[in-house]
Write a protein that binds this ligand. Structure first.
Ligand code: 13P
Length: 235
């Protein structure tokens, strides 16, 4: 399975290094077959050559150029970064990225062979509007996206579950994941208020191929516990 930590706008470069080193120590001392991904903040990216796959939370779809405040491929290549998060709800809803721009980013990083963790998920008012409207909304987030891309991982993250402590029921996650697998056969992660207390249940659900964890991953021991759960389940 894929166990991923989105560190968002947390940790300094030094603290990120300590965090990744602790994960490496755990992975070195235990024969774990899970894929462990960590997405540090842009200024904490660095060269890491252990088992942890380090990815970017964001990048502008350019080699380099005049895009003030952004980083591009040149800055990722410096550290050998080949993994990126695209379409995260905070980039869609807080930073205002359109589906068109997200699809452009997707194409750019696909053309450079990146592993893309592509996020989809509905806000609360859409969820409350009923299943059909919700699935339509999520389907639109696949517009312009190559769902057969070989290096694609999808993360279903309901917006209302991110950072709120709320999660869909296990039955709802199972139902939505089953529907999303009809759109793409890519590995499908669940994200949104995953923590030690619910990770095992979430990981046990059919069609859940891993988790994308935000706040609960900031404690490295909690994140390690979640990796252990995945390993015990041996899916
Ligand atoms: P939380 O785990 O803090 O809800 O965040 C989830 C998320 O956005 C991961 O990308």
């Amino acid at each position: 399975m894929i166990i991923a930590a989105n560190l968002k706008t947390n940790f300094t470069r030094k603290k990120t290094k300590e965090y990744i080193n602790e994960l490496e120590q755990f992975l070195d001392g235990n024969s774990v077959s899970e894929d462990v991904l960590v997405f540090p903040t842009s200024s904490s990216l660095d060269s890491y050559d252990g088992k942890v796959v380090v990815g970017a939370q964001n990048s502008y779809p350019t080699q380099n150029g005049a895009f003030t405040g952004e980083i591009g491929l040149e800055q990722l290549e410096e550290f050998g970064i080949k993994t990126i998060l695209i379409g995260h709800s905070e980039r869609r809803h807080v930073l205002g990225e359109s589906q068109e721009f997200i699809a452009e980013k997707f194409d750019f990083f696909k053309s450079h062979g990146f592993k893309i963790v592509y996020c989809v998920g509905e806000p609360l008012e859409i969820r409350e509007a009923g299943k059909e409207i919700m699935m339509d909304y999520i389907s639109n987030q696949y517009e312009g996206i190559d769902v057969d891309y070989e290096n694609l991982v999808i993360a279903y993250e309901p917006v209302w579950a991110i950072g709120t402590g709320l999660t869909p029921t296990l039955e709802d996650i199972a139902d939505i994941h089953k529907n999303l697998k009809d759109i793409s056969k890519a590995p499908l992660l669940y994200g949104g208020s995953v923590k030690v207390a619910n990770a095992k249940d979430v990981l046990s659900i059919d069609n859940v191929d891993g988790i994308l964890v935000g706040s609960a991953a900031l404690k490295v021991n909690d994140f390690i516990s979640m990796i252990k759960f995945a390993d015990e389940l041996d899916k």
